[in-house]
Write a new protein. Structure first.
Length: 204
């Protein structure tokens, strides 16, 4: 077993829906809600992106059928963002609608800073149409204060994280102490004025 596998295990529920359901039930029993994520990024095949969206819809059906407390978190490059914004919008809309029909919620995950503005532009489009979406902001990016202010003004739910991507000094703080300070500042703001802010880690 590799070191990365060991380190990642705390965030990975398993390799099947059955594993995920068991993990969610254990967390629900501890009073925790969860967010499920099918791992993967940078899909460039339309068919593969549609198939992955269908898998998310199946996960939402399982959540509803099993009566567990969980939502889903989606990376847009997995849903076809590298193909086109409009293709991605339509593909993810199917997931959002499936979640809405089941009284559930979709979190639009955040990837590297090259995708930040495109992700937010799509989030704003979805927010104009649906009320069961939120997104993620990385406290390491210089731009995050402005993005949080805009999301807050639109009533969009935000999950705050520190940021897992290697970013240049031109776009992001490099010192972990500074990143932690920004994280705490933003979280205090979201707890005071945000719309149901989320914790740092989802459960994948």
């Amino acid at each position: 077993m590799g070191l990365l596998t060991i380190l990642a295990r705390r965030f990975i529920a398993g390799e099947s829906k059955e594993d995920a359901v068991r993990a969610v039930r254990d967390l629900n029993a501890l009073g925790m809600k969860t967010s499920l994520d099918i791992l993967g990024e940078n899909v460039t095949s339309e068919q593969m992106a549609r198939d992955l969206a269908n898998k998310y819809i199946d996960v939402l059906e399982t959540i509803d059928h099993e009566n567990i407390r969980a939502n889903v978190s989606v990376k847009l490059t997995q849903m076809g963002l590298d193909i086109s914004d409009d293709f991605c919008f339509d593909n993810v809309s199917r997931i959002i609608e499936a979640a809405r029909d089941r009284g559930n919620f979709v979190r639009i995950d955040m990837e590297g800073s090259d995708y930040t503005q495109r992700t937010l532009d799509l989030v704003y489009r979805w927010a104009d149409k649906y009320d069961n979406i939120g997104t993620v902001i990385q406290s390491m990016l210089y731009r995050s204060a402005g993005d949080i202010a805009e999301l807050k003004s639109r009533g969009i739910r935000v999950r705050l994280c520190k940021g897992a991507y290697k970013e240049p000094a031109s776009k992001a703080y490099q010192d972990m102490a500074t990143i932690r300070t920004r994280f705490l500042d933003y979280m205090r703001l979201l707890l005071k004025e945000g719309n149901y802010p989320g914790p740092e880690h989802s459960y994948e």
